[in-house]
Every structure is written in structure tokens, then in C-alpha cells.
Design a protein around this ligand. Structure first.
Ligand code: GGG
Length: 346
């Protein structure tokens, strides 16, 4: 029996993970579920956003289903106590360095895309975002300049081993897909990006079957809306991947549709919608649970070795979206009704 850790988190996290759990339960697989608090919810209960019991569960589990973190009532806390530290801590503690963020337009959602229908229909891409380095984990702080000004700083750094392992993840993903890898950096300005580019080129020697290209991140942002059909797999750093994947989500209709898998070297994974806690709609039953449900499908595929079950869940979401839309897609379905529609289509 596989143990699934459910970490619902804050805001809409509990609502969307509840629907994803219902879908997993409906598959009648040999799964056990254990739930723990994380983020602002955990801070309010225990004084820490990632309490030892939650980290222990995450370590014991075969896979983790994560909701979202972020709680405005924690905004004034010191940085190490803020809800977001929980997800950063989990990624670092469990060495979840490879974040897979697929974006594909579901049939019938052309009108929800921010792009023209013929452009949106061409989207079928995967962003491979590095998750353990970059400005998120570099030295950071607040200091005073010699002239008395407050100055914030976040050190951007990557070593070659960090770049190599995410480059390998990108090439492997491209090999399993259409054989195209675009590495996104800012090598004309940043030292980290120059190293990134050099290492990606070194790794490419082992992947003759993958066509490698490079793109500056500013151009990549433009190309994502101009001609997204050109992309198969994008491999990029933590910050650039965070931004580009939110942009990609609007190209396919909503951030409520994009799942993600954060994997270690052995395939253990944390699965979460890319969206945050959306405190403005929390508790109202308005959130789109599709990204969480699709994250559960990624869990079935990547951590539990159940690709047929993953296919079933993805097909059920596609079928449900034909006649059901939550508010983010211009409809009036509740979170529960959308979950019911996916269950009915399973
Ligand atoms: N489910 C995604 C989530 O909760 N995001 C909130 C957040 O702070 N994310 C930071 C990040 O993705 O780097």
C-alpha cells in the first residue's frame, strides 16, 4: 500500500486538494492517506509553517499532494515564519529539484485562452523549472547602504552540479516527448546564466536525439504569446520558470488548470497546482480544482507507476471541462460540482 501525504495548506488549498483526494479514492487503488497542516494553517496551529510532524509525514510518504500556501494574516511575520517557507523548505529538505509544469489547451477552451484560438490550439509544452537554487535559496537580507538607504538583496547563484541535474531532467523529458529542448536563460547579462548555458551544452553531448536551442528569458516571454507552438520542453531556472509558467497558464485559459510535479532523483514527488492560495476566494467554493486533480494524475504517473490510472484521470478532466466551468474560466460551477463532474466522467 502506498502512503499519500495530503498537505492542504492555506486559502483554496483545502478545497482543491479535497477534490483531488476524492478522485484518487474513486480509483479504488491500494492507497492510504494521512493529512498534516502546512503553511499559514500550520503556523497558526504550531508556531511554525513547516512543523516537524509535517516534515516527518512528507519524508515517510511515497508521494505528497500539496495544496497551496500564502496567508495575508502572516504578512508581517519574519521571513522564516511566513507560509511560503513551508513549500521552499519541503523542496529543499526532500531535494525536489525538478519541477515539471505541463501546459496544453483542453478541447473547447479556446475562448478562455488569452491568445487567438489558432495560436492557443498549438500549445503543448512542458516547463522544467529548477527548484532548489537561484534567488529563492541564495543569501538574502536587508542592510543599510553607506548613504543610509535601506537595501534588500537576494543572491542568485547556481553551481554546475545543480545545472547539470536539471539539464538532464530537461533532456530526458524532451526525449520522451517531441525531442526539442529550449534552454531559457539571461546569458547576455548574468554569470549564473553563462554557466547555465555552458553546462547545458556539455550535457547535450549525451543527447544527440534532442534538438537543443537557447533563448533569453525576455524573448521567451514574448515567444510564449507570439508563437507558443514552437516549444516542446523548456528548461530554465527557478525564478524564470516561476514567471514563465504563470504566463503559460493564461495561454491555456487559467492558472486553475496547471498541475505540477516536483521530483527528486529517485522519483519521489510532491504534486501541487501551480496556483497559490487565492485568499480572495478562499472558502467560497469558487476555486477550480482541475489543477489539483491533474496534479494527482501526475502523481499516479511519476511516483506510483500507474500511467493508465493517470490517463483515466486526465481524460475525465478533459471530459468534465466540455460542459463545466468554474469562475476562472467564465462559468459558474462550484469547486464541488467540478469535482463531481470529473468523478462522473471517470
Ligand atoms: N501551490 C503553489 C503555491 O502554493 N505557491 C505559493 C508559493 O509561494 N510558491 C512559491 C513558488 O512556487 O516558488
Amino acid at each position: 500500500m502506498a502512503l499519500i501525504a495530503i498537505l492542504p495548506g492555506d486559502g483554496i488549498g483545502p478545497e482543491v486538494t479535497a477534490e483531488a483526494r476524492r478522485v484518487l479514492e474513486a480509483l479504488a487503488l491500494d492507497l492510504a492517506f494521512e493529512e498534516a497542516a502546512v503553511g499559514g494553517a500550520a503556523y497558526h496551529a504550531t508556531g511554525h509553517p513547516l512543523p516537524p510532524a509535517t516534515l516527518d509525514l512528507a519524508r515517510r510518504a511515497d508521494a505528497i499532494l500539496f495544496g497551496s500556501v500564502g496567508d495575508p494574516s502572516c504578512d508581517a511575520l519574519e521571513r522564516h515564519l511566513r507560509p511560503e517557507q513551508a513549500i521552499l523548505g519541503l523542496r529543499k529538505e526532500l531535494t525536489l529539484f525538478a519541477n515539471l509544469r505541463p501546459a496544453k489547451l483542453f478541447a473547447g477552451l479556446e475562448d478562455a485562452s488569452a491568445l487567438r484560438p489558432e495560436v492557443a490550439r498549438a500549445i503543448d509544452l512542458l516547463i522544467v523549472r529548477e527548484l532548489n537554487g537561484d534567488v529563492y535559496f541564495g543569501e538574502k537580507g536587508m542592510r543599510t547602504t553607506p548613504t543610509g538607504l535601506r537595501q534588500g538583496y537576494d543572491l542568485m547563484s547556481y553551481d554546475e552540479a545543480e545545472v547539470r541535474r536539471i539539464a538532464v531532467a530537461g533532456f530526458e523529458a524532451a526525449r520522451r516527448r517531441r525531442g526539442k529542448l529550449c534552454s531559457v536563460d539571461k546569458a547576455n547579462v548574468l554569470e549564473t546564466s553563462q554557466l547555465w548555458r555552458d553546462v547545458v551544452v556539455e550535457v547535450s553531448a549525451d543527447y544527440d536525439d534532442v534538438a537543443l536551442s537557447h533563448m533569453y528569458v525576455d524573448n521567451a516571454a514574448m515567444q510564449l504569446v507570439r508563437n507558443p507552438g514552437q516549444f516542446d520542453v523548456i528548461v530554465t531556472g527557478n525564478l524564470f520558470g516561476d514567471i514563465l509558467s504563470d504566463q503559460a497558464s493564461m495561454c491555456v485559459g487559467s492558472i486553475g488548470l496547471l498541475p505540477s510535479a516536483s521530483l527528486d532523483a529517485e522519483g519521489k514527488g510532491l504534486y501541487e497546482p501551480i496556483h497559490g492560495s487565492a485568499p480572495d476566494i478562499a472558502g467560497q467554493g469558487k476555486a477550480n480544482p482541475c489543477a489539483a486533480i491533474l496534479s494527482a494524475a501526475m502523481m499516479l504517473r511519476h511516483s506510483l507507476g500507474l500511467p493508465e490510472a493517470a490517463d483515466r484521470v486526465e481524460a475525465a478532466v478533459a471530459a468534465a471541462l466540455v460542459n463545466h466551468r468554474t469562475a476562472d474560466l467564465g462559468g459558474d460551477c462550484s469547486t464541488r460540482t467540478m469535482g463531481d463532474a470529473v468523478l462522473a466522467a471517470l
